[in-house]
Design a protein around this ligand. Structure first.
Ligand SMILES: C[S@@+](CC[C@H](N)C(=O)[O-])C[C@H]1O[C@@H](n2cnc3c(N)ncnc32)[C@H](O)[C@@H]1O
Length: 288
């Protein structure tokens, strides 16, 4: 796998049988990764072991709540983009749907494949970037992407691809860190913090921005809801991203010097000696 910016990455497809053996089944033409995609691929390729069991993303209550608002076919074709360790896609596979897990980082797909095998779930994996899909038009009933789109280099390209591969009536589920509409100072603060913590972070978009992208691509927004989600421990937050020491110092400084408005927006505080805050997380459901 090539990781440097601008180099070509072959798209690999694998299938995960009940036996747990992964078989490479197909190759698509190589695509060129841009610098943002390459940075995320490298970052997550190194950190894949941290995203499985015990990671807060293993709790899929947010996905369960969103799924209850969608009426999928009994056996739906589901694509989970930037699947990471697979928590979201495997939830849908556990419901009996035909699931493709896609990610830019092959080590993440390997972790997801292991998790599927442990749970006796059959899934397909496909390594590709979120901004260009190797699938035919109108081939999925649901495309999901959770806690990943803030890494994507081109949200408009991503949404365009989502709209293209959805069947008429198909659902798009986006769950991601977000920022409140019309809070530019708080947005800039969180962006700085996230970028220092993980330089492969690209941009958090507000509910209005995501909704507009969906509408531009011809998707109708069914709901877009911001909820806050506890960031329980600054040290854990650094560890999962392997944040460099100097960047940790810079984040602590940003926390110490945060304005009253930023403190209010994120409920910045200390609990039992740990720095905590509350991230806004957006759940957006749209339909083609
Ligand atoms: C936090 S993890 C995703 C968590 C997962 N969706 C879940 O529900 O548990 C972020 C993932 O996004 C992937 N990623 C980041 N940028 C990407 C891109 N442009 N294309 C495809 N995958 C990308 C990373 O490789 C990583 O596996």
């Amino acid at each position: 796998m090539r990781r440097e910016a601008g180099l070509m990455m072959p798209i690999r497809v694998g299938s995960q049988a009940d036996s747990g053996k992964k078989g490479e089944t197909d190759y698509f033409p190589a695509v060129q990764l841009d610098a943002v995609q390459s940075a995320a691929q490298e970052q997550f390729g190194k950190q894949s072991h941290r995203y499985g069991k015990g990671h807060i993303l293993q709790n899929v209550d947010d996905v369960v709540a969103a799924a209850s608002q969608m009426r999928l076919p009994a056996v739906a074709d589901v694509l989970d983009v930037a699947t990471g360790a697979g928590h979201t896609g495997l939830y849908f596979a556990g419901l009996g749907h035909r699931v493709t897990l896609a990610d830019n980082a092959q080590p993440m797909l390997d972790r997801a494949t292991e998790a599927a095998a442990e749970r006796g779930l059959k899934v397909t994996t496909c390594q590709h970037a979120a901004e260009k899909f190797p699938y035919a038009d109108a081939s999925f009933d649901l495309v999901s992407s959770r806690v990943a789109p803030h890494h994507f280099s081109s949200p408009p390209d991503f949404i365009h691809e989502v709209a293209r591969v959805l069947r008429p009536g198909g659902y798009f589920l986006l769950i991601d860190g977000s920022v409140r509409d019309d809070e530019p100072e708080a947005e800039a603060w969180l962006h700085q913090v996230e970028k220092l913590r993980d330089p492969s972070h690209n941009r958090l978009l507000s509910p209005r921005a995501w909704s507009q992208l969906c509408m531009d691509a011809g998707l109708g927004v069914q709901s877009a809801e911001l909820k806050t989600f506890k960031q329980p421990d600054l040290e854990w937050y650094f560890e999962t991203a392997n944040t460099p020491p100097d960047n940790r110092v810079a984040v602590r400084k940003l926390i110490e010097t945060a304005s009253e408005n930023v403190k209010r927006c994120y409920q910045l505080g200390v609990e039992e000696g740990k720095i905590v805050w509350w991230w806004p997380r957006l759940t957006l459901i749209a339909r083609r």
